[in-house]
Design a protein around this ligand. Structure first.
Ligand SMILES: Cc1cc2nc3c(=O)[nH]c(=O)nc-3n(C[C@H](O)[C@H](O)[C@H](O)COP(=O)(O)O)c2cc1C
Length: 143
């Protein structure tokens, strides 16, 4: 079965909720999904999946160094040419998801649109959009 790796950095659970909704969407399309914090992933493990979704909340107008390092690790481990997605919760400026997407694209990962950003806690509509992104990723890797 094709596999999707979902990686997140989340301090209060908002980006984690998005990660879980993306995973639910993908599972509904019958792909194997593994979702966990970046802290529990090895970059090479994530890079071995058929698609990689990476999310982080924004702090101090940027992405935090550990998630930046993680994206670099995934690219070095050979994720070039694979499908991906970037997402994250934010408060007022929300740079991290776009920065993650840009880094992934520079590394040759085909990042699907939209790059999903949700202000604070995802509402019902946000969760549906996350489900949709998960389904779209799943359809990509099933082909
Ligand atoms: C110390 C601190 C700095 C933050 N800096 C930013 C920022 O620069 N831009 C922004 O959009 N949100 C900022 N936020 C808001 C968080 O991104 C927001 O609360 C987000 O929903 C947290 O998601 P998480 O639970 O997945 O970590 C900041 C929050 C904290 C606590």
């Amino acid at each position: 079965m094709p596999k999707l790796a979902v990686v997140y950095l989340s301090t209060t659970g908002n980006t984690k909720s998005m990660a879980e909704a993306i995973s639910d969407g993908a599972r509904s399309r019958n792909v194997d999904v593994e979702v966990k914090s970046f802290y529990d992933w090895k970059p090479e493990e994530a890079a071995a999946a058929d698609a990689i979704a990476i999310g982080s909340s924004t702090f101090h107008y940027t992405m935090l160094p550990p998630i930046e390092k993680f994206v670099d690790g995934v690219i070095v481990a050979g994720a070039k040419g694979k499908d991906g997605a970037a997402f994250g919760s934010y408060g007022w400026s929300g740079e991290a998801p776009t920065m993650i997407a840009e880094k992934m694209r520079k590394g040759g990962i085909n990042v699907l649109d939209p790059v999903l950003r949700v202000q604070y806690k995802p509402n019902e509509k946000d969760i549906k959009e996350c489900n949709r992104l998960g389904k779209d990723l799943a359809e990509k890797i099933k082909k």
